[in-house]
Design a binder for this molecule. Sequence first.
Ligand code: SF4
Length: 370
Amino acid sequence: MSKTDDDVILHVDDLKKHFKVDEGWIASLLQSVTGDDPDYVHAVDGVSFDLKRGETLGLAGESGCGKTTTGMSLVKLHEPTDGDIHYNNKRLSEASDEEIKEFRQNAQMIFQDPFESLNPRMTVYDIVAEPLRVHDIRNETARVQRALEFAELMPAEHYFDQYPHELSGGQRQRVAIARALVLDPDFIVADEPVSMLDVSLRAGVLSLLDRMTEEFGLSVVYISHDLSLLRHMCDRLAIMYMGKIVEKGPTDQIIENPQHPYTQALINAVPVPDPDVGRERVELQGEVGDVIDVPTGCRFKDRCPKYIGDVCDQVVPPLEAKSDTGADQDIACHLFESAEGYDPYAELDGGRAENATAANDGSESAPADD
Ligand code: SF4
């Protein structure tokens, strides 16, 4: 990204988040004696993308693929192990305390479970007002009222003194949305925002999220395993597998013309209500690989129905534009010819399979502290 690109609110560059495996004090003691390296879970392992102003981006993938950890890193609920996040062209790792405070005001998150994310001992008013107090912002009552009414909790005063347990699941999620909006943020990460809700309540909350994006001009990262939902909500999609993005591009293009074998399998698993619509079957075999002792080469190789041998085994497929696929669609797979002229077979011949060492040693980055 050009560092003067005003269109891009968030530029994520090779983001990594590794968690040290807690093996207990005996193992820690032994490691300190033997000098062995501790193990790390490679939850997010080199993710890059841009989020434009007013854009909605979906992060999709199976449970454990790293999408929630990515989302939490974007709003600084996790400190990255390595890589950079630029907000408004400013590298966050170099930001001053004042700039971080401003970032925290502008970056909000809506969590999956509104019952867990709302403090049960606080009233609705205090839950929504709390971020205003943290950031020392005035006109508290008017702003809380406006946020609750935007979230269609009306009249707002009726909810001020209620506690989360007195509300329905849908109302709780609306309070969480009001809390996220009360600071007038620039962007929001919404992690499975309706998955805990009853089906009958989902449509209402989704249309509220849609309206939120439209009226506030927000940029939103939606995290979900539900491709039907993401298709409805997002301009672009990024598909994650074992801590990496394997395919990204415009939503319609990814859904209608998926190229990566993993994306094809995910889309294949979405039920189609029309029995006349046929799809090429792409069956997934095996289990998700080990995110501690990360395999060499392509991380999807043990489940891939289109595996093509040594190059998949040994060379990490870079996420890049391909010459024979849709514009603006990046794919991490050796089946396609690189638009930039990258030749993975040269890595095989030259014996430069950097992945063989880098992916496995767990020491490429500073240890995570959480
Ligand atoms: S690189 Fe090889 S193993 Fe990986 S998705 Fe492509 S064909 Fe399958």
